[in-house]
Design a protein around this ligand. Structure first.
Ligand SMILES: [Zn+2]
Length: 278
């Protein structure tokens, strides 16, 4: 599942099509997330005949702003979604659900085999009021994470720190991969109850979360299954992961004799070192 660094990579790699005009919107006829009815008329109204002005991101949501339009297009990649552009005429790849033919001949496509993704509209200037965004915490890359906000947030959460971070209301965009990585870096056990963490340990975790995201972004994101940038390139970060998907391997901390273990928390795998994470 694409997380914040992957979505930010998509956002950045869409820059070559900024300034392009959308001539026509096409839809596959299939609904996306939770089989919610797809509103083609709204997507057309928000983009058809207009120039792509900018692409923003809040957490794992991308927002495409088309010049002069009051509504913007909200995209979530879900589990397997891709948003990428193609040069000139090309055969429509399987599982394409939305397509913007651009006036310059290129085509912007949203594809999603599992259809957990989302393509909707939202009101420009009132982004955070959209039902999907209203509960999101601050975006770590654009807003940073305020130390006292983070500590107070942990203090209010009586669940494990892994689940508290996954929930998106404390910090937007951290998902299963980078939560495991940040907890390893901060030496915090994933089942530890969030509110029992000391101020110092919260601060270590806050810094680790930011560092883990920055590091992944440098490598263009992690491609475990099929993530690609808007240009169609796979991210290289999977070669640099410390604990995620490394069950049975030695702890990357050379001074630690521990072996990486895998547990399941709320149906999601967590990877950690039982020796150095407390
Ligand atoms: Zn260790």
């Amino acid at each position: 599942m694409p997380e914040l660094p992957e979505v930010e990579t998509v956002r950045r790699t869409l820059s070559p099509i900024l300034g392009a005009k959308a001539e026509k919107v096409w839809w596959s006829g299939k609904n996306l997330r939770l089989n919610k009815p797809f509103d083609l008329a709204a997507i057309k109204e928000a983009s058809e005949g207009a120039t792509l002005e900018s692409v923003d991101r809040i957490g794992k949501y991308l927002i495409l702003y088309w010049k002069g339009r009051k509504q913007a297009v909200l995209v979530h990649l879900g589990m397997s979604g891709r948003l990428r552009y193609f040069e000139g005429e090309s055969e429509r790849p399987k599982h394409t659900h939305v397509e913007w033919s651009l006036k310059d001949g290129r085509i912007l496509r949203f594809s999603d085999p599992r259809r957990f993704g989302q393509v909707e509209t939202l009101q420009r200037g009132q982004e955070r009021e959209h039902a999907s965004l209203t509960k999101l915490g601050p975006d770590p890359l654009t807003d940073g994470i305020d130390p006292s906000y983070f500590y107070q947030g942990c203090k209010r959460r009586g669940r494990s720190i892994k689940l508290a971070l996954l929930d998106q209301s404390l910090v937007a965009g951290l998902g299963n991969i980078y939560v495991s990585e940040a907890l390893w870096m901060a030496k915090i056990h994933p089942t530890r109850i969030a509110k029992t963490l000391s101020k110092t340990r919260c601060e270590n975790l806050r810094k680790a979360s930011l560092e883990v995201l920055d590091r992944a972004l440098e490598h263009g994101g992690t491609s475990l299954k099929d993530f690609v940038s808007a240009e169609g390139h796979a991210g290289e970060h999977s070669h640099y992961l410390w604990v995620y998907d490394r069950e049975g391997k030695p702890c990357p901390n050379s001074e630690c004799p521990g072996v990486i273990r895998r547990i399941v928390q709320q149906a999601r795998a967590t990877f950690y070192c039982p020796r150095c994470q407390r």
